[in-house]
Write a protein that binds this ligand. Structure first.
Ligand SMILES: Cc1cc2nc3c(=O)[nH]c(=O)nc-3n(C[C@H](O)[C@H](O)[C@H](O)COP(=O)(O)OP(=O)(O)OC[C@H]3O[C@@H](n4cnc5c(N)ncnc54)[C@H](O)[C@@H]3O)c2cc1C
Length: 472
C-alpha cells in the first residue's frame, strides 16, 4: 500500500527539522508535525533565548569593566521588559526562518499534536496520516514531580518569558540549566539562592570545572546550598516556601525548578507500536536510531542520551542519510563537546579525569590557571583554568577542559583536533596566536601530574569511545 509520506517526523525541534530537511533533499516525501512552535526547545525556549539573556548579563558586567578601561558614563540598569520585547521579536524572526527553511526544502508542516494510532499511522486532529518510516523527535519537558509541590515552581520556559525579574529567587538543581541561570540572574539584579544535591554542581563534568563553577557562583553573590534539596514546596500568598530541613523553611517570591527534564513521550500512543519507554519515558534505540518497532526511529532528547542540540541534529542527519542517502552513516559519539554558558563560561570535550581513569587510561595531566590580560588590567579577579588530559601510553590528547572567557568558542575548535586524533606532540608543534588566552593550549610544557588507573586498559592505540562524556 502506498503511504502518504516516505517519512513522517514528530516534532519540529533541532533533530526533527534537521532530519526532515536532509531526507527531503534526498528525494523523500516528508512531513513534520509540530504541536507548539517551530524550532523546538533550543530556538524557542532553550539555547537561543538563554544565550540572549547571558549576553545581557555579560554586557552589564562589561559596563563595570568599561570604567576600568577609561570610559565615563552615568548609572545603567537592566530593564527586563525591553529585553523581553526584543527577545520575542528575535524568536519570532528565527521561527519564521525555520518555517521558510521547511517550505523551501519541500517538507510539509502539519500543525497540531500528533498521536500514534498504529503501525504506519498517526493522527493529528481529524487528519489521519500514513507513512512508511516514522521518526520520533518529540524532545523533552521539565520534570514536575521530582519534589512534592515542585509543580508550583516556574520552569526555564516560564523564566525566559518573564517580563520582570523578582528581587530574590531560589533555584533548585545543580545541572547546567540551574548553574547558567544562577550565574546570569545574579548579575541582572535578583539575589539568587541555589540548592543542589551533590557537594558540587555540574555532575559529570571534570572536578576542576565543578569546583570552579561553585567558586564563580559564590563570587557572583549566589548563596550556595550544596547537598540540600528541599523536601517540599508550598505555595503561599507572596510566593513559595521551601521546606529545607526538619524544621527549616525559607520563603522566596519566585522559585525555578531546574531539577531535570524528561522525554516527551506521555500520551504519544507508543503502546500501539509495542514500544515500551524506560522509567524516565526515554525511547531505547540502537546505533542506527532504530526503536524496537520496525521502521520507527527516535533521535534527540526523546532518547535521553546526550541531550544537546548538535547531538539531535547529527543524529537526524545521520538517520536521513542512512534511510534515503548513499548508505550507512552513524553519528560519532566519541568526542561530543559541551559548554556551560555561565560567567566565566565552561567548555569541555572528552572525558573527565575520573572517567578517563575509570576507563583505564594512564594520564599525563597539564594544567594552568591564570588571570587573563583583560582582567589584570582592571584589577579583576576572574581567572582562566585549562586542563589537558593526555594518554601517557599513546600521547593522544583525550580531553580539554576549560573555564574562562570564550571557553566554549575555543573548545569548539580544539574538538576538531581531538576528533582528528591529535597528540600532545601535535599541540606542541602548533605555533601560538599571540596575545590570546587560547595560546596557552599549545604552550603547556610541564606535566602537572601523572596518574595511573586502578585497572589499566589494554593499549591498542585506537580511537577511544569507551569513556563517558560530560552529560549536562
Ligand atoms: C533552558 C535550556 C537551555 C538549553 N541550552 C542548550 C545549549 O546551550 N546548548 C545545547 O546544545 N542544548 C541546550 N539545551 C538542550 C536542547 O535544547 C535540546 O537538547 C534540543 O532542543 C533537543 O532537540 P530535539 O529535537 O530532541 O527536541 P526539541 O527541540 O525539544 O523538539 C521537540 C519538538 O517536538 C514537539 N512535540 C513533542 N511531542 C509532540 C507531538 N506529540 N506532536 C507534535 N509535536 C510534538 C515539541 O513541541 C517540540 O517542539 C537547552 C535546553 C533548555 C531547556
Amino acid at each position: 500500500m502506498a503511504h502518504d509520506f516516505d517519512l513522517l517526523v514528530l516534532g519540529a525541534g533541532s533533530g526533527g527539522v534537521a532530519a526532515s530537511r536532509r531526507a527531503a533533499a534526498q528525494g523523500a516525501r516528508v512531513a513534520i508535525v509540530e504541536g507548539s512552535r517551530v524550532g523546538g526547545t533550543c530556538v524557542i525556549r532553550g539555547c537561543v533565548p538563554k544565550k540572549l539573556l547571558m549576553y545581557a548579563a555579560q554586557l552589564g558586567e562589561g559596563l563595570t569593566q568599561a570604567r576600568g578601561y577609561g570610559f565615563d558614563f552615568g548609572d545603567a540598569a537592566f530593564q527586563m521588559p525591553r529585553w523581553a520585547a526584543s527577545k520575542a521579536t528575535e524568536i519570532d524572526r528565527l521561527e519564521g526562518i525555520y518555517r521558510k527553511m521547511l517550505a523551501g526544502s519541500k517538507v510539509e508542516l502539519i500543525e497540531g499534536w500528533a498521536r500514534i494510532t498504529g503501525p504506519h499511522t498517526v493522527q493529528v486532529g481529524e487528519r489521519v496520516i500514513t507513512t512508511e518510516h516514522l521518526l520520533l523527535a518529540n524532545g523533552s519537558l521539565a520534570v514536575k514531580d521530582s519534589i512534592p509541590g515542585i509543580e508550583h515552581c516556574a520552569t526555564s520556559d516560564d523564566l525566559l518569558d518573564l517580563q520582570q525579574l523578582p528581587e530574590s529567587l531560589a533555584i533548585i538543581g545543580g545541572g547546567f540549566i540551574a548553574v547558567e541561570f544562577a550565574s546570569m540572574l545574579a548579575r541582572l539584579g535578583p539575589k539568587v539562592t541555589l540548592y543542589y544535591r551533590d557537594r558540587l554542581p555540574l555532575r559529570g563534568f571534570d572536578e576542576v570545572l565543578r569546583i570552579g563553577a561553585a567558586a564563580a557562583l559564590q563570587a557572583a553573590g549566589v548563596e550556595l546550598h550544596p547537598g540540600v534539596v528541599p523536601r517540599q514546596v508550598q505555595p503561599t500568598a507572596d510566593g513559595l516556601v521551601l521546606v529545607v530541613g526538619a524544621e527549616r523553611i525559607r520563603s522566596f517570591p519566585w522559585v525555578l525548578n531546574a531539577t531535570g527534564r524528561r522525554p516527551h513521550t506521555q500520551g504519544l500512543g507508543l503502546e500501539t507500536l509495542g514500544i515500551v519507554p524506560d522509567a524516565k519515558g526515554a525511547i531505547f534505540v540502537n546505533d542506527d536510531h532504530e526503536t524496537s518497532a520496525p521502521q520507527v526511529y527516535a533521535i534527540g532528547d526523546v532518547t535521553n542520551r546526550i541531550n544537546l542540540t548538535p547531538v539531535a541534529i547529527a543524529q537526524g542527519r545521520a538517520l536521513a542519510d542512512r534511510l534515503f542517502g548513499s548508505g550507512a552513516r552513524r553519528m560519532n559519539w566519541a568526542q561530543v563537546a559541551s559548554a556551560v554558558f555561565m560567567m566565566p563560561p565552561i567548555g569541555s570535550v572528552g572525558p573527565s579525569e575520573a572517567d578517563a581513569l575509570a576507563a583505564g587510561h594512564r594520564l599525563r595531566i597539564f594544567e594552568t590557571d591564570f588571570r587573563p590580560m583583560k582582567q589584570a588590567f582592571i584589577g579583576g579577579q576572574e581567572r582562566t583554568h585549562m586542563k589537558l588530559l593526555v594518554d601517557a601510553d599513546t600521547d593522544r590528547v583525550l580531553a580539554v577542559h576549560m573555564m574562562g572567557a570564550d571557553a566554549p568558542e575555543i573548545v569548539q575548535s580544539l574538538a576538531v583536533a581531538l576528533t582528528a586524533g591529535a597528540t600532545k606532540a601535535d599541540f606542541d608543534n602548533t605555533v601560538a596566536v599571540h596575545p590570546t588566552a587560547a595560546e596557552e593550549w599549545v604552550l603547556l610544557r610541564e606535566v602537572t601530574r601523572e596518574v595511573k588507573p586502578q585497572v589499566p586498559r589494554e593499549v591498542t592505540g585506537e580511537v577511544t569511545s569507551d569513556v563517558t562524556q560530560p552529560a549536562p
